[in-house]
Design a protein around this ligand. Sequence first.
Ligand SMILES: Cc1cc2nc3c(=O)[nH]c(=O)nc-3n(C[C@H](O)[C@H](O)[C@H](O)COP(=O)(O)OP(=O)(O)OC[C@H]3O[C@@H](n4cnc5c(N)ncnc54)[C@H](O)[C@@H]3O)c2cc1C
Length: 299
Amino acid sequence: MKALLIGEVLRGKLAPSLYEMLGFASQAGLESVVLVCAPISTNPQFTGKLYQGDGGEYDPLSHKAMALEVIAKENPDLVVLMHSSYGWDLAPRLAMELGWGQISEAIAFDSGTFNQVLVGGKLRRSVKTVSGQAVVTLQSGAFSEAAPAGSPALESISALKGAIEWLGYVEKPAQDLDLTKAQKIVSAGRGIGKADNLGMIQELAQVLGAELGASRPVVDSGWVEHSHQVGSTGATVTPELYMACGISGAVQHLAGMKKSELIIAINKDKDAPIGEVAHYVVVADLLQFVPALTKALKA
Ligand SMILES: Cc1cc2nc3c(=O)[nH]c(=O)nc-3n(C[C@H](O)[C@H](O)[C@H](O)COP(=O)(O)OP(=O)(O)OC[C@H]3O[C@@H](n4cnc5c(N)ncnc54)[C@H](O)[C@@H]3O)c2cc1C
């Protein structure tokens, strides 16, 4: 089986997620070719074929046209993108045009069967294609990255004029907190129950000299700013210490913190998925454990 992997370009740089797609392909035993629709400043490292487009960084119609041209040449069984805003946009356009099924947010693949997450990661579903062909988006962090090695054979491909003109990026206003630089992070999850309980997590963070992190529900509830969010739609962090307080360990959260050096989870559910990446799991009610820990650390 063959896969066409469509890499993303951001600010002239190839997104490192291409190596996750390459990792997926090699894990699944697929031959792979890569398409990158916009110019990139450095050459990717893999062996195989790279179709390099000369389009803008974002224009779904022109990127779709380039992908269809490569699909006609290479005849892949799977077209693979990341489950990102780029993938969300391009994948359904390709699936519609090809008349193939679309499998979104895949987190595992075995013998032709994909596992997907749904309901924000609370449920998993397994599916397989009827025709053997599909457009697939991969959940970030679900597949191990391939080690960068080798240099691909390059083939140029021209972009057609699309329907929108890509003008550039809008800079975010500078913010004081940069979690990616933090050496210690204590994160609050939905398990804290209510905004009033955030204080005890902040106090623990302060005693440890750590920054405050959070899972998405804590941010979505308006309890903390988005700059505190860890995960696939927040910061990707690699601190010396990551403490997850009342965080279940959904794949989108793990994507942002699983490479931390030491992970300690506090959870009343001993089977919470955070245990898959945590070095230590304290099975306890955080409302009792966190204040006791803070008191002991202060002493
Ligand atoms: C496209 C997309 C992008 C996403 N991006 C992100 C992202 O960037 N970051 C992110 O975090 N999520 C993200 N999510 C959401 C993600 O799927 C999960 O819903 C979220 O991570 C769950 O947050 P949580 O672990 O805090 O809450 P829950 O899953 O509700 O877990 C709460 C945990 O707290 C424990 N608990 C409850 N009470 C206590 C107590 N008293 N003491 C101890 N433990 C307790 C429970 O056992 C449970 O394990 C994204 C989802 C989607 C669909």
